[in-house]
Design a protein around this ligand. Structure first.
Ligand SMILES: Cc1ncc(C[n+]2csc(CCOP(=O)(O)OP(=O)(O)O)c2C)c(N)n1
Ligand SMILES: [Mg+2]
Length: 697
């Protein structure tokens, strides 16, 4: 396409004209990409191009040469369907690509060719923003409101980092977090949870811009959404601003300046916009949301922008330079100054600088596992949650950047930090390590993602049953390959009297189904320790721990195998004489000791049984075939799986002829012992099932 198609940006062109040309480039790239793909969302990029342009080119401190510079401003596109905004701006700023090991690849993150192949296989311009797939994407978005909720975690993290690492004259961390969201994000409950906490914590480094276009897929928001959103945010304690015209970039810039100057509160900017701006027949209609404009409408729209009607994927001369002179120059100089500052910081505070380096690469400090407990054999034992509490307290002391908390169940989850010097994270103590998420499980999991994206080692906790409330964000942890940690206690019937509303049944199966998520259900206190030892070393995988409420016997490891087998996902805990079993009992969590009890009975009757403790399907499935066959020999088909949860899926380990002692209904409200009797989790039942497998009485 010839550069003469529109007036190129030259020094003679006014600033306003140059801005307009860049904005229209974003708009037309978005229009063309969606049209070419025959799918996507053109309307919101057309409306928000001025906002994104202003934020990136006039305000944000971001160096396209180093998209992982730790002190960069963060940009979150919570209305992820408007992804062409991000692909356009990453392309036009020539943001560079880095890999999962944080190495620069020497090529652009998003090429014009990627944009031409928007939504096509292997393109770095996929349907929605994907962290880990496209450099410069700060978090995966698409499920509406996840982005804004995650941004609260990022803002908590920035304050935490600043509090811990900044020193007088060394503002190592002073970045801001910007999130753009739409009506959908404002309707979803998780944004309210997150906004409530952000207001409580006074996160003045956080700015949400709300695209108030009154349009969603089914029509005008009159049909569903008529509340006063601004009043809601005032009530949350936010600084609420309004920009009445999304095309007024000076006003936008001014509002963003007010944000930066407003202490003690997060900022919410209501931006009135017109979806599909410039399209003569589709502006302000739901059709502009999620359909290509159509060839003829593309031409008409380009004409309204003063754009050459037949030009496609056209970047006029001077546009790249204008971005380079804006965000490029500002970001480069900010980063270079920071690098110098960090060099002198390193000389003065070598230990703190070393922490920051390690954290950025998701490494662990030496001594991270110092003093991890070894629990002596004890038939009465200790609850999984209690063992976990001891480990969490040690990890928080051994790893400076390890922090977390519970959704108001700390005393029950045993996640409270009690070590000397442990402090709460609050507005006036942003460097505390003990978080209180409040009863907001969904935003808790999103916030843990935001903390983890900021390279902190973070955990959240609640009852296992309420993992349902957190699941959408847990799924994103897995999709983003983040090493988040979720501590779920009261993992089965052990919840007893609280009854079926509180007794998880299908939750193990459901979370096991999430690709890449490591789920562990340890069988005794030493397995809890080993589970943490495994989890803490993960760099690119989230982990869920399912822990018992009730005490579980601490197995005698001089008699049974070492709990270090946890690292293999499943291991032979107790074996038949000579290691030649005729029947295998497989259990997890509270059912491991039950299996051991049954095993001892079987042995006493001369039946050669083996107990396999299987805390993690996922880890086990990733072992070599040789190892897996050594634990579950293919020629031993007499198998019994025992788990106080849905039987769903256990066939893969016991085969179609094996037996599963599990749940096919919800539980009941009763003391644990009665529940065990009612639902068949008793040694005699296991023994009977094993004998039945062998065709014996
Ligand atoms: C949690 C969730 N529910 C539903 C969707 C499907 N969806 C994508 S965009 C959209 C409408 C969003 O409206 P709005 O946020 O106002 O975006 P706009 O059309 O104004 O850009 C819906 C329902 C989704 N992506 N995420
Ligand atoms: Mg809308």
């Amino acid at each position: 396409m010839s550069a003469a198609l529109v007036r190129p940006i030259t020094p003679k062109m006014t600033e306003t004209e140059a801005d307009q040309l860049c904005i229209n480039t974003i708009r037309t790239l978005s229009i063309d990409a969606v049209q070419q793909a025959k799918s996507g969302h053109p309307g919101t990029p057309m409306a928000l191009a001025p906002l994104v342009y202003t934020l990136w080119n006039r305000v944000m401190r971001f160096d396209p040469q180093d998209p992982i510079w730790p002190n960069r401003d963060r940009f979150v596109l919570s209305n992820g369907h408007a992804s062409m905004l991000l692909w356009s701006v990453l392309h036009l700023t020539k943001t560079q690509a880095v890999d999962a090991e944080y190495e620069a690849l020497g090529k652009p993150s998003v090429s014009l060719d990627d944009i031409r192949h928007f939504r096509q296989l292997d393109s770095r311009a996929p349907g929605h923003p994907e962290y880990h797939w496209v450099s410069g994407v700060e978090t995966t978005t698409g499920p509406l409101a996840q982005g804004v909720a995650t941004s609260v975690g990022m803002a908590i993290a920035q304050k935490w980092l600043a509090n811990r690492y900044n020193r007088s004259g060394f503002e190592i961390f002073d970045y801001n977090i910007y999130a753009v969201c739409g009506d959908g994000c404002m309707m979803e409950g998780v944004s309210s949870e997150a906004a409530s906490l952000a207001g409580h914590l006074g996160l003045d480094n956080l700015c949400w811009v709300y695209d108030n276009n009154h349009i969603t897929i089914e029509g005008h928001t009159d049909i569903t959404f008529t509340e006063d959103v601004a009043a809601r945010f005032l009530a949350y304690g936010w600084n609420v601003l309004r920009v009445g015209d999304a095309n007024d970039i000076d006003r936008i810039e001014h509002a963003l300046e007010v944000f930066r100057k407003t202490p003690g509160r997060p900022t919410f900017i209501v931006l009135d916009s017109h979806i599909g701006y410039g399209s003569p027949n589709k502006q302000d209609t739901p059709e502009a949301h999620g359909e290509p404009l159509g060839e003829e409408e593309c031409r008409l729209t380009k004409r309204s922008y003063g754009w050459p009607e037949d030009a496609k994927f056209y970047v006029p001369d001077g546009v790249y330079d204008h971005f380079e002179a804006g965000v490029g120059a500002r970001g480069a100089s900010a980063r270079q100054e920071w690098v110098k500052l960090f060099d002198s910081y390193r000389a003065k505070y070598p230990d703190l600088a070393a922490d920051i380096d390690m954290m950025q690469r998701r490494e662990l400090p030496t001594g991270w596992d110092r003093n991890l407990p070894v629990f002596p054999a004890d038939p009465k034992g200790i609850a999984g949650r209690d063992a976990s509490g001891k480990v969490l307290n040690l990890l928080a002391q051994n790893i400076s950047w390890f922090l977390g908390g519970s959704a108001d169940l700390g005393p029950s989850n045993k996640t409270t930090f009690t070590f000397p010097g442990a402090s709460n994270l609050q507005a006036d103590t942003p460097g505390g390590k003990m978080l209180h998420y409040g009863i907001r499980e969904h935003s808790m999991a999103a916030i843990v993602n935001g903390l983890s994206l900021s390279k902190l080692r973070a955990f959240g906790a609640t009852f296992f049953i309420f993992s349902d409330y957190a699941r959408p964000a847990i799924r994103l942890s897995a999709l983003m390959e983040l090493p988040t940690i979720l501590v779920f206690t009261h993992d089965a019937m052990g919840d007893g009297e609280d009854g079926p509303t509180h007794q998880p049944v299908e939750h193990l199966a459901s979370l096991r189904a999430i690709p890449g998520l490591v789920l562990l259900r340890p069988g005794d206190a030493n397995e809890v320790v080993e589970a943490y030892r495994y989890i803490v070393q993960l760099r690119h995988q989230p982990a869920v721990l399912a822990l018992s409420r009730q005490p579980l016997p601490t197995l005698d490891r001089s008699k049974y195998a070492s709990a270090s087998g946890v690292a293999h996902g499943a291991y032979v805990l107790a074996d038949a004489p000579g290691g030649k079993p005729e029947v295998i009992l497989i259990g997890s969590g509270s059912e491991v000791s039950l299996a051991v009890e049954a095993h001892e009975k079987l042995l006493s009757e001369g039946i050669r049984s083996r107990v396999v403790s299987m805390p993690s399907w996922d880890i086990f499935d990733h072992q070599t075939k040789e190892y897996r066959d050594s634990v579950l020999p293919p020629d031993v088909n007499a198998r019994v799986a025992i788990e106080q949860a849905s039987t769903f899926g256990w066939e893969r380990y016991v085969g179609t002829s094996g037996h599963i002692i599990g749940m096919n209904t919800f539980g009941s409200s009763a003391p644990l012992k009665e529940l065990q009797r009612k639902f068949g989790f008793q040694p005699d039942e296991v023994v009977a099932a094993a004998k039945n497998q062998l065709g014996r009485k």
